[in-house]
Design a protein around this ligand. Structure first.
Ligand SMILES: [Zn+2]
Ligand SMILES: [Zn+2]
Length: 316
């Protein structure tokens, strides 16, 4: 209680609104009295967008929740805010920012990494252990740069009257991954596999296996047989997609670029027809001006399985 009162009165400016205090109080309460860990796997869409700013869609990010932990794949712009909404409005406490301790990145493109700085600066004084980050080797450079970026702020706060006990702030441990099993703890096995995102090598997809679900994430990729192989028999295949109708309106140069880096609706339908997941979830949708319904129909007209086009904060 003492800690709660101190935190409430000396919090950051951004938290000192009535709403902020409510948020801080809710977080402390949740940390103090965690619910029993659910043994049912939940998949939450923290962001379904692309590099194109969209008020309705945060950048790409998918969270898998199991056994009281969250495993977050990519962290596009706006996804930390969506994680707070998921924790407070959907009751998924494992997604409160200080509870996120496992991050997996598909590749280094900024639409997938933009909220990493947001996550490490959100409530950093809570003394949580280091975040464990898994991804290509370039993430060491990204994390080193991030540390430099936040250091003036941290130093200023440490010299201020903020009652922060810990002199070494929590940060990030980088685990450079290769194709194969990259994580095996707490009943969760996570494997990375190579996909084809143009000349950006390596770019990964992920397969997540829990006691009750198998989930495969395509990452950013054009048509790729590794996705088919990994997704055979999966409960959920989350796949990126671009609209063929929208793509046809672009210049020849942009069409060529996108064909090399991303999957058309027809290619996604082909992948799903061969892998036969129980559920196909479309996200990271490049609409290029086409409607949600038309992208969905482009896939549905060539794939007879169950398919949905995800919105932010959808749960599967
Ligand atoms: Zn992307
Ligand atoms: Zn990309």
């Amino acid at each position: 209680m003492t800690r709660f009162i101190i935190t409430t009165f000396l919090c950051f400016g951004i938290l000192c609104s009535a709403q902020g205090m409510e948020g801080a109080a809710a977080e402390l309460k949740k940390v103090d009295t965690p619910k029993p860990a659910s043994q049912k796997t939940r998949v939450v869409m923290l962001g379904t967008g692309t590099p194109v700013p969209d008020p309705a869609r945060a950048g790409p990010s998918v969270a898998v929740i199991y056994g009281g932990q969250s495993y977050v794949f990519d962290l596009g712009a706006g996804t930390v805010r969506n994680a707070v909404i998921a924790s407070q409005k959907l009751g998924i406490e494992e997604l409160f920012p200080t509870r996120i301790k496992h991050l997996f990145f598909t590749h280094i493109h900024s639409d997938h990494t933009a909220d990493l700085s947001e996550l490490v600066q959100t409530l950093w004084f809570r003394e949580q252990p280091n975040i464990q980050l898994y991804g290509p080797k370039e993430f060491q450079t990204i994390v080193d740069g991030l540390r430099l970026m936040v250091s003036p702020d941290v130093e200023a706060r440490m010299k201020s009257i903020q009652p922060v006990k810990r002199k070494e702030r929590s940060f990030i441990d980088v685990h450079v991954i290769r194709p194969g099993l990259v994580f095996d703890q707490n009943g969760v096995k996570i494997s990375a596999f190579l996909v084809d995102h143009g000349d950006l090598v390596p770019s990964y997809g992920y397969k997540i296996v829990t006691p009750d679900k198998t989930i495969v994430l395509s990452g950013d990729t054009t048509y790729n047989e590794n996705v088919i192989e990994q997704a055979k028999g999966a409960d959920i295949l989350l796949h990126e997609v671009m609209s063929e109708e929208g793509l046809s309106r672009l210049s020849e140069g942009w069409q060529k670029y996108h064909h090399a880096y991303h999957s058309t609706s027809g290619q996604v339908a082909k992948v799903a027809s061969m892998a036969k997941p129980k559920l196909l979830v479309l996200y990271h949708v490049l609409f290029f001006g086409a409607s949600e319904n038309s992208v969905l129909q482009e896939v549905k007209s060539r794939y007879s399985g169950t398919v949905v086009l995800a919105k932010d904060l959808d749960e599967f």
